[in-house]
Write a new protein. Structure first.
Lengths: 132, 132
DNA sequence: CTGAATCCACCTCGATACTG
DNA sequence: CAGTATCGAGGTGGATTCAG
């Protein structure tokens, strides 16, 4: 659905909607970490939890549920006693790992520039305040 | 900094930290839209605002400030009356556009699979509730 | 035109306690 | 072991109002 472009600056929300959709999937605090934790193969609930320091039971469960609902992660229950539950990436989940790695690469390549930009910006701001 | 891997499942938080850093930059509601709005060249404040339907003054200003602080966007003030302010991508901002496009492409290629997975999941959930 | 400042609703996330 | 349920703090984003 292209914009009509009758003149003036068009609304780009439609075109850019794709970004919003992916971000819904991965922009929360734990999703990317869980996906990344599973990249080398399936893991049990407790194993994932040990791999991701600081995650609470509630958030791990909630994140796994969301990823399962979105078709990125598969959940398999083995009715032993006590219960055994395995999680692994689906084929779809694997495909998402690729653009995620691009982002990771960008960070490795460029994030120091972001940090120095921040330092410069904050310093200039400090001086502005000092003037008053 | 590799994990020591002495046995057991290691914490991956360190390795995965890169994801968190980028996501800090683009995971909020408006940052990607603003970056995308600027991809064809600089724009004035009001033009950006018209391009992104639904953004409030506060959020546009706040987003632009953050992007400027992170060195992704450049702000240029022309002291006319009334004021003229132009925003454009920095070289660093341009580099970020590439992995962002990868994510966009992923959405175009695979998001229908996410939606159908959701549908299936929600349907199964409904049936579970009906059983009770 | 381009903001800054304030107030508020919502939602995410965390801590805690309990269950099959 | 693998969850569920509840409560509450904190942060994000929106509406409104004021200013240079």
């Amino acid at each position: 659905m292209e914009s009509t472009m009758k003149g003036g600056t068009p609304d780009i929300s439609q075109q850019v909607c794709s970004y919003r959709r992916v971000l819904e999937l991965i922009s929360n605090k734990w999703s990317t970490l869980v996906l990344y934790a599973l990249e080398d193969g399936g893991l049990r609930y407790g194993e994932i939890r040990r791999r991701i320091e600081g995650i609470s039971q509630k958030m791990l469960t909630q994140t796994l549920r969301q990823l399962e609902r979105d078709g990125l992660v598969r959940r398999e229950v083995t009715p032993t006693v006590p219960l055994t539950v395995d999680y692994s990436l689906t084929a779809l989940g694997e495909t998402l790992l690729l653009p995620m790695r691009e982002l990771k690469q960008w960070t490795n390549d460029y994030f120091d520039q972001v940090e120095s930009a921040r330092k410069t910006y904050d310093q200039a701001e400090q001086e502005d305040e000092a003037e008053q």
